[in-house]
Design a protein around this ligand. Sequence first.
Ligand SMILES: [Zn+2]
Length: 337
Amino acid sequence: MQIKHLVTIAAVTCALMVGACACSGRSSGGASATTTPAAHTSQAVSLPAFSADSAYAAVAAQVAMGPRNPGSDAIKRCGEWIISELGRYGADTVIVQRTTEPDPMNPSRKVPLVNIIGCFNPDAAKRLIVAAHYDTRPVADEDADESKRDKPIPGANDGGSGVGVMLELARLMGLQTPGVGVDLLFVDLEDSGTSGDDASWCRGSQYFASHLPYKSAAERPQAAVVLDMVGAPGARFHREYFSQQANPALVDRVWASARAAGCASRFPDQLGGPILDDHLPLINAGIPAIDIVESRSDATGTFPETWHTHADDMSSVDRSTLGAVGRTMVHFIYNYR
Ligand SMILES: [Zn+2]
């Protein structure tokens, strides 16, 4: 309740910087997080090599489809493509949740909501979720050019990057089965929300959280990691505030994975801003979840400069950043016991 309350007080926007925009546009997160050294990783496991090129190509493929805003032909094609890619990479099961919901930006019309879950190694004793949204924002409300604010964004970093990393993880898991079960959750309708209306964001993950595809408590995932805006050049990922509050041990574990992957400089042991994102519905559903999201950009203090603008094109995505996040996730997944 406290988490929700905090969000309600200060929510601003999608992958929403809470407490950031109401005043200065700067993140309030600045204090160092208290961390416990975590030794969850083992060097004994051979790790598949994450290809940043492949992840980048998967981002480019999405952007080439055009903006994937709800109700568009492009998001329909993108969803079909994700399902096809999961099949090509050898997902054991692909679950598709389909419904329709009022368009959060235009409630008089309904739009499809399609969540896609690619399950790898489903019979394993333990299970993880890795999640990202694949819809993109229908408006460019942060764009400097007011005349273009009503047009949908390319969504290369915001939308495309998390999906790109996840599809490369799918390729790797098809080649080398991890010891843990992994559900790759591609959620819809994350980014059509309105400032001040918390429930208008993250509709896909809200739907997933209320329609969990797990028959028993034993099947429920032990942890979930959300990837959002994980591709900007030079991006660093601070310990997102709500993640740190709700699941500090899981944050420790992922940040330790980053160190083990040689990516410590990308994952500072410092607190980031509080972000309304797809991890919150999962936390509220009892699944320990955290968010890897750029919330203290060196340039803006908050999100990347291209956030919710037309500049969120392929120039706002960098292979090096995708690779750092991808290698971190490989360490986390393949060493999970
Ligand atoms: Zn967004």
